[in-house]
Design a protein around this ligand. Structure first.
Ligand code: IMP
Length: 429
């Protein structure tokens, strides 16, 4: 029996969806513990491409249970839209396949309105996804949020909306100059959602702990990435939740002693969306080439992703913060055609050598990368199914990534399809 956590080791979009999908085979339950529909997993199943923002990709495997933990923030409209899309394609035949914790917080219309209004101030822009994630977590921590357990109680829900709305409307109208929101409209819209969602309500902590006691394997699916963590990321250019492995325990009610391994997903290069420092960013033709080869456009917002070389300093930070026991390296094939590939091994900051990731975004912004250069393999590796199938230059590149990270690779992805994968070792055994 093993419980495995999957974490994005960079700034998100590392290709967690595919890895989670592969590992789901070994788990009985797949659990989300933080974030909301700011995430986006693109899955290629056969000839179909499926994008999920909220529901764990494990839902594509009949018989696996997917749990959305208390640490998640949920937009009911998006959630129900995903359910409809899945059912139309023949998935989620049994509603018991999906469980939502009653303590998770609901993203309300004012959260989205405030998120979008704040982002209009160019000088303080974070580059959020505009999904209301930050403002919803603000209300959660401010102890005035609306939880799923409130949403399904009509009187409690109306009272909470009545209490909240004057403050939100004041902010929207007087401070941001945005239109007012209407109480009746919100209550009517959200009450309809409540009726459809109620059947998924459950207790995440209790059901997961029962599953653990029964010897089931759990897979915890992180969203975003380590460097977007609210505490440990490149603050303030971060998301509003705990994206690191520690977030699993608070976001689900499963204790640390039950976590057996933590796999960090990293691209063979690096990307970031939104604002914030990114030392190994390539603002040149090479960056454009990687963006094109890797189709680096956000699955949630469609924004072009900023691209750069693999950053070993940042990965070492992820290894330490998450206690990574293995790396899953994705999109190695994107580098197929390059003659030379670089890895950032350290930073230079005001003439000093930095080997550790600075915890202050202002310092990080001034860091310049120190690179080591490698020969490319200039051949198609999409058909490799074992390490032995890879060209020597690709093997050498991976070995260097592992050495610099101080963490072994457990999986290498060489294409978007499920079968285009080299599984080196299985974190569940
Ligand atoms: P928010 O999560 O919408 O508040 O956005 C905060 C920051 O996190 C922005 O830079 C977003 O681009 C980034 N972000 C949020 N979700 C993701 C994701 O799933 N992948 C990559 N970046 C993300």
């Amino acid at each position: 029996m093993a419980n495995v956590v999957i974490i994005g080791a960079q700034w998100g979009d590392e290709g967690k969806g595919k890895v989670v999908d592969i590992y789901t085979e070994h788990a009985q339950q797949v659990v989300r513990f933080q974030g909301g529909n700011n995430a986006g997993h693109t899955l290629v199943v056969g000839d179909e491409t499926i994008v999920l923002h909220l529901i764990p990709s494990g839902i594509l495997h009949p018989g696996k249970r997917c749990v959305i933990g208390n640490g998640v923030v949920l937009d009911p409209k998006i959630f129900l839209g995903e359910i409809e899309g899945l059912k139309k394609r023949g998935y989620l035949k049994d509603d018991r396949q999906l469980v939502l914790d009653g303590n998770l917080h609901i993203i309300m219309p004012w959260h989205k309105a405030v998120d979008l209004a704040r982002e209009k101030d160019v000088s303080r822009k974070i580059g959020t996804t505009g999904r209301g994630i930050g403002p919803c977590y603000e209300d959660k921590i401010g102890r005035r949020g609306i939880r799923l357990s409130d949403l399904i109680k009509p009187q409690v829900f109306r009272r909470k909306v009545k209490e909240m709305l004057p403050e939100k409307n004041f902010l929207l109208e007087k401070f941001f100059g945005e239109p007012l929101l209407n109480e009746d409209q919100i209550v009517e819209e959200y009450s309809a959602y409540a009726m459809q969602i109620e059947k998924y309500l459950g207790c995440c902590s209790s059901s997961l702990n029962k599953a653990i006691n029964a010897g089931e394997n759990l897979l915890f699916e992180g969203a975003q990435g380590t460097l977007l963590d609210i505490d440990h990321g490149t603050y303030p250019y971060v998301t509003s939740s705990s994206t690191c492995s520690g977030g699993v325990c608070t976001g689900t009610g499963v204790a640390p002693k039950h976590i057996n391994s933590v796999v960090g997903i990293t691209k063979a290069y690096c990307t970031r969306v939104g604002e914030g420092p990114f030392p190994s960013e390539l603002n040149d033709e090479m960056g454009e080439r990687i963006r094109k080869a890797g189709n680096e456009f956000g699955s949630t917002t469609g924004r072009p992703r900023r691209c750069g070389w693999f950053d070993a300093v940042a990965i070492r930070e992820a290894v330490r913060l998450n206690g990574l026991t293995g790396l899953a390296v994705t999109k190695l094939d994107v580098l197929n055609e390059l003659d030379n590939i670089k890895i950032c091994t350290a930073y230079s900051y005001q003439g000093q050598l930095l080997e550790e990731f600075p915890r202050d975004a202002d310092i990080l912004r001034e860091c310049t990368p120190i690179y080591e250069e490698f020969d490319g393999w200039q051949s198609d590796i999409c058909d490799a199914r074992s390490m032995a199938d890879l060209p020597d230059a690709a093997k050498a590149y991976l070995a260097k990534m592992e050495e610099l990270a101080g963490c072994p690779a457990v999986l290498v992805s060489v294409g978007p399809r499920r079968d285009q994968t080299i599984q080196i070792s299985n974190p569940f055994v």
